[in-house]
Design a protein. Structure first.
Length: 94
């Protein structure tokens, strides 16, 4: 649809909501005139305008600290095995 036309100026998702749904878009949601992924965006985590704090990451739309999170140790989805705990981004740090 949009690929067939030559556009002058810049397109904004504010005016063209479907822009964020196109292939190679950074994300499917329009926040502040930018296409973002609410599951991973540090400045729009879970919903538009929710900014993660220093040292936090956005995992599945929630801000968390990967240095002390057993379910996301060192990064999103990196779960520590049963009985070990996340310290400094590593499971079972001695």
């Amino acid at each position: 649809m949009l690929g067939r036309h030559r556009w002058r100026g810049s397109l904004s998702c504010k005016e063209h909501r479907n822009l964020c749904k196109l292939p190679r878009s950074p994300g499917p949601t329009c926040c502040g005139n930018l296409c973002v992924d609410l599951k991973t965006d540090l400045f729009n985590c879970g919903r538009c305008g929710v900014q993660c704090k220093f040292a936090e990451v956005c995992c599945k739309g929630k801000c968390l600290n990967p240095f002390h999170n057993d379910e996301n140790c060192g990064g999103c989805g990196k779960k520590c095995s049963k009985g070990s705990h996340c310290r400094y981004g590593m499971c079972s740090y001695a």
